[in-house]
Write a protein that binds this ligand. Structure first.
Ligand code: ZN
Length: 481
């Protein structure tokens, strides 16, 4: 990370992206890229009209001059070419994120999501002005309401701010006795909350008790939730009981003055988790909220199976196989997952399997977790899912020459160097002696650690200099001529 500088991210939301590409600008872009037979494509688009059925009568033909044809295999490709013109325009500015130690760029784009990464407000506004001119020219519109700015200050500046915040927090800390009393109260209340109402004949008193307990928890508890970072913290972390932003959050730096076409964009504090390509995390890549979402969704599946007695066992197992792995594997390779969270998730999955098989809560867990040769059912569990999604993700990184391959190459060489290994097989041997926390600091080391944990050997050599993918583009171009 940078010594003492800012990283600003601007997430842009395209309004109805696939339907707003102007045909005349699309044609110019295709010609610019040197696509053959543009006239053929243009004739499909130029004569496209639609009619609306009103009662039994059809309206006059309405000329369509924006958007790509629905359901056509070409459409997504055309949109890619279209958006690439904008990406190249942004690239051509030479503005960069300036985070040290990683390849330089200023944007990330996936389908109709576009995020800009810059190191100053001026750079953000320069890029946004260009996006604005592209909008004027092409008709591709940005929704200002749904776009946002977030950012973080790294290095000495942020360390100073946090040191100041900690000094204020320490001063406000109450004497320890009072705290112990309230903690026991808190525990008592939590136990009440966890009581299973099914064991009671009359539900009302329990509900009342829980409500009362929750009220107590709200009014007297030590913990208060910070609206900005989402953390539950002791009261002395807040300037006053009326504010819902902790001192650390209020002292942290926030980007200001970033506007699109004269309108200031909404600012989200760097400590607040935001959704980027389907994963929730904050600017320090803290993914607690994403992990919570994955665990909560698994709990929901387990509860659904418990409540729905109408389903057959095979249907219940289908619910599990369709929901649980995909809920977890989507974000699993992208977030920092502590071992404790994997254990919690495993417990929830096992509970879901027990519910699917209609077995009691107390059924031996080993029935689900043991492999077949030891008498277990050998069902799919989070560890195996994590293993396949992480290796799958590494493979995808290695295939795309869009910055991700370069990032993987850095991570790969760092992993080998840190562990004194020459290749991935050696790294898998070395990784079995590491702990979860240590291994998870590097994606490649972590993948090898999981392989050794599952006793799987992975043979893979993505950066072998003799592979065609390792050859520079210029060499390939010369060879092709
Ligand atoms: Zn906070």
């Amino acid at each position: 990370m940078k010594q003492d500088s800012k990283l600003i991210r601007v997430d842009l939301d395209f309004k109805n992206a696939f339907n707003s590409a102007g045909h005349s600008s699309l044609r110019k872009i295709l010609e610019g890229f040197g696509i053959p037979d543009v006239s053929l494509l243009s004739s499909i688009y130029e004569r496209s009209t639609m009619r609306i059925l009103v009662g039994n009568e059809r309206s006059a033909a309405i000329q369509l001059d924006t958007g790509t044809v629905q359901g056509s295999a070409l459409s997504s490709f055309l949109f890619d070419l279209f958006i690439n013109a904008l990406l190249r325009l942004l690239d051509s500015t030479g503005i960069l994120h300036r985070v040290r130690g990683v390849p330089e760029w200023n944007l990330q784009a996936f389908a109709d999501d576009l995020s800009l990464y810059v190191s100053s407000t001026e750079d953000a506004n320069t890029l946004l002005n260009l996006v604005g001119s592209f909008q004027e020219w092409s008709g591709l519109k940005i929704s200002i309401k749904k776009s946002l700015v977030t950012g973080a200050l790294y290095g000495q500046g942020e360390i100073r701010r946090q040191r100041d915040a900690m000094a204020v927090i320490r001063k406000r800390k109450p004497p320890p006795e009072a705290q112990r009393l309230s903690r026991s109260k808190l525990q008592e209340t939590q136990e009440l909350e966890q009581m299973d109402p099914d064991f009671e004949e009359d539900l009302t008193p329990v509900d009342e008790e829980i409500n009362e307990a929750c009220e107590e928890l709200r009014s007297r508890s030590l913990l208060q939730r910070c609206d900005t970072c989402g953390r539950h913290r002791d009261k002395h972390h807040f300037p006053s009981s009326a504010t819902n932003q902790c001192t650390q959050c209020s002292k942290s730096w926030t980007p200001r003055g970033i506007a699109y076409q004269g309108e200031t964009l909404k600012v989200i504090r760097g400590r607040t988790p935001t959704r980027l390509l389907g994963t929730h995390h904050n600017m320090w890549l803290d993914t607690k909220s994403q992990r919570r979402k994955v665990i909560d969704a698994a709990i929901e599946v387990a509860a659904y199976l418990y409540k729905n007695e109408n389903l057959r066992i095979d249907q219940r197992l289908k619910v599990i196989s369709m929901c649980l792995p995909s809920l977890f594997s989507f974000s699993a390779p992208l977030i920092d997952l502590p071992e404790a969270d994997l254990k919690t998730l495993t417990a929830v999955w096992v509970r879901a399997y027990k519910n699917a098989w209609n077995s009691a809560k107390g059924t031996a867990t080993c029935l689900f977790t043991y492999p077949r040769e030891q008498g277990g059912l050998q069902v799919k569990l989070p560890l195996g899912t994590l293993f396949s999604s992480i290796w799958g993700n590494l493979e995808r990184y290695s295939q795309f020459d869009d910055g991700t391959r370069q990032m993987l190459e850095l991570t790969y060489h760092e992993a080998l160097a840190d562990n004194g290994c020459l290749n991935l097989l050696e790294l898998q041997d070395a990784a079995q002696h590491l702990g979860w926390k240590r291994a998870s600091t590097n994606e490649v080391t972590f993948a090898c650690y999981l392989a050794s944990k599952l006793e799987i050997r992975v043979e893979w050599d993505p950066f072998n200099p003799d592979l065609i993918v390792s050859a520079p583009h210029m060499t390939l171009a010369t060879l092709a001529c």
